[in-house]
Design a protein around this ligand. Sequence first.
Ligand code: SF4
Length: 307
Amino acid sequence: MEPSYLKLYRSGELDRRIDSLYSILESCQLCPRGCKKNRLKDEKGYCRSGKDLVVSAIHPHFGEEKPLVGRGGSGTVFLTNCNLGCIYCQNYEISHLGQGRPLTCHELAQGMLWLQNNGCHNINFVTPTHFAPQLVKSIKVAIDKGLRVPIVYNCGGYENVNTIRLLEDIVDIYMPDIKYGDAGNAKKYSHAPDYFDRCTEAVKEMHRQVGNLKLDGHGIAQRGLLIRHLVLPNDIAGSRQVLKFIATEISKDSYLNIMFQYRPMYKAKEYEELNRRPYLSECDKAIDIALELGLHCGFNREYLLRA
Ligand code: SF4
């Protein structure tokens, strides 16, 4: 299956999308925070990001979901900073402490081609939201030089649906988190009280664009939606509400990774209710709820043994 971005590239639509995305940076509303900073003048909003891309790491990754990893790995590009403020962030050095270095779009394009040439099955942008314009521009430079693997948008789920609309047929695989089913906890632990509303709006749009996850004959993801949900202790993630949304408003056939690897990191030790790993019984309960709701794809109890 040819990645959809090639059609946009040939028609000139990709250039128009790059212009539209860059124009948002003038008064930034790329994400629901709507900081309205002029990032083209290097002003910085909540995500502490200006006009230049900042990248923490580029490498093949073998720990992502099986349909992304295959034999050659997923070609991950870790973007520095984040539009969310999760106090328990598992990657806080990158997301909150700004670990990384500036790259031009041409340098990133070189990195993407290096991943493709080393056998990676896709380019997996991790935490891309606040750099969407620069990433799409880099994709165009990489297409000029031969990029042909699918693009994965591996995001935290706190998205502006208008930005997601501009990514139609550029992104092949959306991989959003759905972190909370509850406004109070989203506010307290990620400083985003409207998280569930914005996230569910965006995930519906993602699903409209790409549908459920489709694999090729070797089990490698080509296009579609892959949802992640991290189980937190004391049901802080509101797993039932999240899973109910997926089953009733997206699809019972959604590919869903229910994740159990939470550990108290960053500032989590200051919150007693977050200062432990989830119990096995809490993980098991999330699986039971998913099965009870008719979800069936992408998770199983064996994961608990590895958690
Ligand atoms: S991407 Fe950054 S600057 Fe733009 S609205 Fe979101 S948090 Fe604010």
